[in-house]
Ligand binder design. Sequence first.
Ligand code: PRT
Ligand code: ZN
Length: 223
Amino acid sequence: MKPRDRLRIAMQKSGRLTEPALDLLNRCGLTFRQSRDKLFCFGEGEPVDLLLVRDDDIPGLIAQGVCDLGIVGRNVLNEFRGVVGDGAATLTEWRPLGFGRCRLSIAVPQDMDYSQPQDLSGLRIATSYPGLLNQWLKEKNVDAAVVTLAGSVEIAPKLGTAEVICDLVQSGGTLIANQLRETDVLLQSEAVLAGPDALPSDERGDMIELLLKRLDGVIQVRE
Ligand code: PRT
Ligand code: ZN
């Protein structure tokens, strides 16, 4: 395969991270021509293009070398790193980006007695982040069953598919609406710039360095 001479950045096509990610790239001086299918956006001034995808696909696209960088939640990046393990291409968090902040937390029914992680022993915990949850349970030496759900995790206790959940929390409103109480934070998350461990040794590496410099300037100005 001929090495690409343009940089390719993966970002969320449509969701919470889309607008702030585009805004950040614009402030780094990157502008894009939106294509009709909106999957691929050609960079106008600089040789940097965008691939618009589901956020869950971003780490894999970088690991496969389809994209050079990605803007994705730390929760998604770390789940991929944990699940894929040591054998696969390793990814690095190059920069925290300061938006899309949330936390991955355990939440229990409001009326449940809970004082420490050991109280979860023998219970079922519903989550979309089985890798991160299993890692935490192992650290805490808790033997609980992990029930993996793609979405609507917060209604699992009501449906009876699990007693407890492990999900993303921002304002806490969703938990309250479902009579749940946040107990432990597993991960503080925000959008990050993710990439391979090592910069490519061609022009794309130089472009990434330039982008990181601009990013640092933009992030500093904002802080
Ligand atoms: O289609 P695609 O797969 O790309 O989108 P998605 O639905 O998986 O992702 P999206 O757009 O919902 O979230 C993208 C990223 O935003 C996540 O991976 C997080 O890194 C980040 N983020 C920040 C959040 C939240 N805040 C958040 N509040 N992601 C999800 N939520 C959900 C949470 O799952 C829960 O259902 O919002 C609810 C909780 O919010 P509060 O405010 O009620 O606590
Ligand atoms: Zn997703």
